[in-house]
Design a protein around this ligand. Structure first.
Ligand code: MLT
Length: 407
């Protein structure tokens, strides 16, 4: 008899954003004329930077002739992109990361989800609460937890993040854990962590032979001087951290799919007999077995993000989204809501002082505006909704008008 992976029976029937999409589709089918504005899933709306488009067109031309045709590429990514990443994202900012520590992928979500394959079944995992669901669900699927009880999975350690701690947990909350997922600027709360706060985590991880999985998908939104954009800005992070980066929000690649993961040399985990085992060769082995690389055309597009024009164009688009966030934050605060995030992040985290799914449904029905209920990110997300700044200015201004009326 064919048996299923029982761990899949422990997780919620559908992924958060799939559940939201169902509710929105059902509202749309009941109200076909409604013009729905989507401020839910963090999906970009503005077109690719012209520098990226031109580079991708040139790459298509390469693929159109024998001379420059590319078939399978290196699973870790083309050297032309890995070298740009190491140079511009790290070395130009004084961070010691080499091209052969960069693994190009089809996005941070896959890497964040797949990385746990490198660790033993018995490792103790800590996640923030609220949290990006991928970190939790992939560990549930891998069998590291029991079935959920009251919205939490026994076997995981939840690090409560609230307005009281600025949505940044402290290492004491992760006592006894081997792996901690940190995401700053944070999804969903939009909070940022200071260098001193991240340094505490790095010191804790090094002292406890633990590992930080640092999701920096939103680093390009940081505008406040001194706020770290990489965990490797902290002393000692090379020996205790893996970092995930994404071009999705940085350069509008949600539909193109490209990102990368940094696994430093000499970063180790331990075999049962105590032998230190390097993680970088293990990740290489995993990727070469299960992944065939992001496409040549995609990687040429990603390379163009690092040109002077590409950098200026991408920054302008991010500034545009940040301004969307500022406009919405101001409007909601004027209505008396406490709003966190924005400023250094595309997400606003709004205290709705009530049930978050009810508030989500109310905004959908009364304003035709889609948000994300905080409860979908964990128990500590209850009482909040997340609003994404990714949309056109026209839609954002329209959404503000509708929210003013509905609230
Ligand atoms: C989000 O809205 O949280 C993200 O866009 C989802 C994702 O990146 O998978």
């Amino acid at each position: 008899m064919l048996h299923v992976n029982e761990n899949y029976r422990k997780i919620q029937a559908s992924y958060l954003f799939t559940e939201i999409a169902h509710r929105v589709a059902s509202h749309q089918s009941a109200n076909p004329a409604a013009k729905i504005i989507r401020l839910g899933i963090g999906d970009v709306t503005e077109p690719l930077a012209p520098a990226v488009v031109e580079a991708m067109h040139r790459a298509v031309d390469d693929e159109a002739g024998r001379a420059n045709f590319h078939g399978y590429g290196p699973e870790q990514g083309y050297a032309f992109l890995r070298e740009k990443v190491a140079e511009i994202d790290f070395r130009a900012r004084g961070i010691d990361i080499a091209a052969d520590e960069i693994f190009i992928s089809d996005g941070a979500k896959c890497d964040c989800g797949n990385i746990q394959e490198l660790f033993g079944d018995d490792v103790k995992i800590a996640v923030g609460d609220p949290v990006y669901p991928v970190y939790v669900d992939t560990n549930v699927m891998a069998g590291r937890t029991l079935a959920s009880v009251d919205g939490r999975y026994p076997g995981l350690t939840y690090l409560e993040c609230s307005a009281a701690n600025g949505f940044v947990p402290t290492p004491e909350q992760a006592a006894g854990c081997d792996v901690v997922y940190l995401c700053y600027p944070n999804n969903p709360t939009g909070a940022v962590a200071t260098k001193a706060q991240l340094q505490q985590w790095v010191d804790w991880a090094n002292a406890n032979k633990a590992l930080i999985l640092f999701d920096a998908a939103y680093e390009a939104f940081v505008r406040t001087p001194g706020i770290p954009r990489s965990i490797y800005e902290c002393d000692g992070a090379r020996t205790c951290a893996i970092e995930f980066r994404s071009y999705s929000k940085t350069a509008g690649f949600t539909g193109i799919r490209c990102g990368y993961t940094v696994v430093p040399k000499n970063l180790v985990a331990y075999a049962a007999d105590g032998t230190a085992v390097e993680l970088r060769p293990m990740w290489t082995r995993r990727q070469t077995t299960k992944f065939n690389g992001a496409s040549y055309i995609t990687q040429r597009g990603a390379e163009a993000i690092y040109s002077p024009e590409g950098q200026a164009q991408c920054r302008a688009t991010i500034d545009f989204y940040l301004e969307n966030g500022r406009l919405m934050k101001t409007a909601l605060e004027a209505r008396g809501y406490s709003v966190y995030g924005g400023g250094d992040s595309p997400y606003l985290w709004v205290d709705v002082k009530g049930d978050s799914w009810d508030f989500f449904d109310r905004l959908l029905k009364e304003a035709n505006v889609v948000t994300t209920p905080g409860a979908g990110f964990g128990r500590a997300g209850e009482g909040y909704i997340r609003i994404s700044s990714f949309n056109s200015r026209e839609n954002v201004l329209e959404a503000i008008e509708r929210l003013r009326k509905a609230l």
